[in-house]
Design a protein around this ligand. Structure first.
Ligand SMILES: [Zn+2]
Length: 149
C-alpha cells in the first residue's frame, strides 16, 4: 500500500503531537512507533491521527511492528477517509536523525513520510520528518509545521 500523491511537507496538529509524546513516555526507554493517518493537500500531509503500534523489537534503538496490525490500522483509516501518510517513531534520549536501519527501511518505503521524535521524559523534544527523494535513494528532510489544530 503506497501513499496517495507526493507528500513533501507535514502538518502536525498539537493534539496529535501530544498523543505521540504520551506514547513516547509510556514506551520509554524503548522506542515507540505508530502510523500517521490524514489527508494530502497540495503536497502536504496533514496528519489527523497518530495510531500507536506495538514495537515488536522492544528495543531502545530500533523498532518494527507486526505488519498485520499495521494493515488493520491503515484499512480502518481508509474506511474513515484517511490516507496512510507514513510512520512515526521515537528516539529515546537521542536526536531525530535516522539510524542506519531507519535508512534501509525508508528506502523500502518510497513515498512514505517518516516522522522521528527525539524524546526524553521531562526534557527537550526534537522532531524531524524524512522521505525518499524522487531519485529513489536520497533521503530528504522535509518541513514539519506544527498546527494549533
Ligand atoms: Zn529510528
Amino acid at each position: 500500500m503506497g501513499v496517495a500523491g507526493g507528500v513533501y511537507s507535514l502538518v502536525l496538529p498539537r493534539s496529535v503531537l501530544e498523543g505521540v509524546l504520551r506514547h513516547a513516555s509510556e514506551a520509554y526507554p524503548e522506542e515507540a512507533c505508530g502510523v500517521l493517518l490524514g489527508v494530502v493537500e497540495r503536497g502536504s500531509g496533514v496528519v489527523r491521527r497518530a495510531v500507536p503500534l506495538r514495537n515488536v523489537l522492544q528495543s531502545r534503538d530500533s523498532f518494527w511492528f507486526d505488519e498485520e496490525e499495521w494493515m488493520r490500522v491503515v484499512a480502518r483509516g481508509r474506511e474513515e477517509g484517511l490516507e496512510y501518510i507514513g510512520l512515526y517513531h521515537t528516539h529515546p534520549g537521542k536526536s531525530p536523525v535516522p539510524s542506519l536501519s531507519d535508512r534501509h527501511r525508508m528506502l523500502e518505503c518510497p513515498g512514505e513520510v517518516w516522522l522521528i521524535v527525539g524524546f526524553e521524559p521531562g526534557g527537550r523534544v526534537s522532531l524531524a520528518a524524512y522521505r525518499v527523494g524522487d531519485d529513489g535513494y536520497s533521503l530528504l528532510c522535509i518541513p514539519v509545521e506544527e498546527a494549533t489544530e
